[in-house]
Design a protein around this ligand. Structure first.
Ligand code: KIV
Ligand code: ZN
Length: 515
């Protein structure tokens, strides 16, 4: 769906190697930066701010190196304060890139100009214009200049002055105007309305960009809404790295826009592996609940959600997920059984591991597993199999109404000899039949049961799933003709005959357990 009808393509400008890097406890060296840079190329972002060339010799060298690696499909940029020294460093580092950009900035908010820069607004404006002109004079036609009004989000009171400054820096050579929410303090709509005012005034003269920090957790919303308000360049980071609570997370913005029908030129299938790579390189763990990339972000534990997710699992849109996990390079949704889970989860977890199960059997197992989960917490596949073996392959415990003792046929004898215990009564008898199962059922019927074997199948089942531990698995459908009730029952044993007997005993216990 395209709820807005916007067909403009966003320009993803990644600042992980600059804003993300400057907030790391141990900023990356050239080698590490190169790995992240290559991951960004694989993702297909349109612009990469590779560092802050004047920040340190290491960062200067890294910017220079990455600029030399860049192809002509991606803009490569470096940050510079609005100071000649920084701009010279930036130019030296970036000049060999195929598409170089210098990104210079100065604060324009009343608070920052008064208390941090300690300068008069007119002087700040003059510096901005002069430094943009200087950067442009170095780059010439080959490169672009981006200008940022640091603390734009805190500039509501002097927005006209800020926009006037933008007009002047554009005349001086800036072609990208970036609006940073340097510290997220207010509402999404306050920022977005400011973006709208800038777009109305200068949107036809420069590319408008937003750069949102996540101090209040609204950076993705602010960036997405800013796009719809007319900002084309979206500054983002991988895994939401960045100063303090980080910057807008690339994945969240990209998926939100994609879901809204906006054409997003990114290689979405690389998202998850990139996230894991960045987690490892940065030492910043991905929060378990982080949208899209958190280990728990696609897990379901409650019955209603499990049911909905199972019913829609092969569809593009899922009942309880924002995106098909495979689209971002993840495996499917995760189901875990807890005391809040339902039978669908049991069925799905076992059958996805190729264990035979019917929904009736899952219904039967549910209270048993619930009880276990109440004590233990989430149950994994192995916990569930353990109970399956106990209660499906060997119907036992309070439900046990019938116990098998023996069945044999002596050589040369046409009778089977059978002994079993039904409640407290021992039944011992001889019986005939077309094989042991038939004889077994005939004997039961002659003792007051009224049973019919409706289906029978036997297969080799590899219980450990290792290819070397096959046992016979008998599956039958047994009907109580008195009540009309049928059950599916299973028996497993290395011996094929024993597997059949177990299936019948289990079937009888299932049929009569409610009595
Ligand atoms: O957050 C910010 O204001 C910045 C600028 C340098 C763009 O990172
Ligand atoms: Zn920033």
């Amino acid at each position: 769906m395209n709820e807005t009808g916007v067909s403009r393509k966003p320009f993803f400008y990644d600042v992980t190697l600059r804003d993300g890097n400057q907030a790391l406890k141990k900023p990356w060296n050239i080698k590490e930066k190169e790995i992240v840079f290559k991951a960004l190329l694989e993702l297909g972002v349109q612009g990469i701010e590779v560092g802050f060339a004047a920040a340190s010799d290491m960062d200067f060298d890294a910017v220079k190196h990455l600029a030399s690696l860049a192809n002509d499909k991606v803009v490569v940029s470096t940050l510079a304060r609005a100071k000649e020294y920084d701009i010279n460093k930036a130019y030296e580092a970036i000049k060999d890139a195929k598409k170089p950009r210098i990104h210079t900035f100065i604060a324009l908010s009343p608070f920052a100009m008064k208390y941090v820069l300690k300068k008069d607004p007119k002087d700040v404006q003059k510096i901005a214009v002069e430094m943009v002109a200087y950067a442009k004079s170095l780059l010439g036609e080959k490169g672009e200049v981006q200008f940022s009004a640091e603390h734009f989000g805190d500039s509501l009171e002097n927005l006209d002055f800020v926009i006037e400054t933008f007009e002047k820096v554009i005349e001086a050579g800036a072609s990208i105007i970036n609006l940073p929410n340097t510290v997220e303090r207010y509402r999404v709509s306050t920022f977005v309305n400011m973006v709208k005012r800038v777009v109305e005034r200068i949107g036809d003269k420069a590319i408008i960009s937003v750069h949102c920090h996540n101090d209040l957790g609204q950076a993705t919303a602010t960036t997405v809404e800013s796009f719809f308000a007319g900002a084309t360049q979206l500054e983002v980071t991988l895994n939401g790295l960045g100063e303090r609570a980080g910057n807008t997370n690339l994945y969240e913005v990209a998926v939100s826009l994609y879901n809204c029908g906006v054409p997003v030129d990114l290689n979405f299938s690389k998202i998850y592996e990139t996230a894991l790579l960045v987690e490892e390189l940065s030492g910043v763990p991905i929060c378990e609940k982080a949208p899209l990339i958190g280990r728990d972000a696609l897990a379901h534990r409650s019955g209603i959600h499990q049911d909905g997710s199972i019913k829609t699992k092969n569809m593009k849109k899922g009942a309880y997920r924002p995106i098909d996990p495979e689209f971002i390079g993840r495996k499917g949704e995760i189901l875990e059984f807890t005391s809040q889970s339902g039978k669908s989860a049991i069925y799905e977890i076992l059958s996805s591991h190729k264990w035979p199960i019917t929904i009736e059997e899952a219904t039967y197992l549910q209270p048993v597993l619930k009880k276990k989960a109440e004590e233990k917490g989430a149950l994994d596949f192995n916990d569930i199999v353990e109970e399956y073996k106990k209660h499906i392959l060997n119907v036992d415990g309070p439900f046990k109404v019938l116990e098998f003792k023996e069945l044999h046929k002596e050589d040369g004898n046409q009778f089977y000899f059978l002994k079993l215990q039904y409640n407290d009564k021992i039944i011992k008898d001889e019986c005939v039949g077309d094989g042991p199962i038939d004889a077994f059922i005939n004997l039961l019927n002659s003792h007051g049961f009224n049973l019919k074997l409706e289906e029978f199948a036997q297969e080799a089942f590899d219980i450990e799933q290792k290819g070397s531990s096959a046992q016979a698995l008998t599956t039958i459908k047994l009907k109580n003709l008195n009540t009309g009730k049928s059950v599916i029952a299973r028996g497993m044993d290395p011996d094929t005959r024993e597997a059949n007997i177990k299936a019948i005993v289990n079937g009888l216990n299932l049929l009569f357990r409610e009595k």
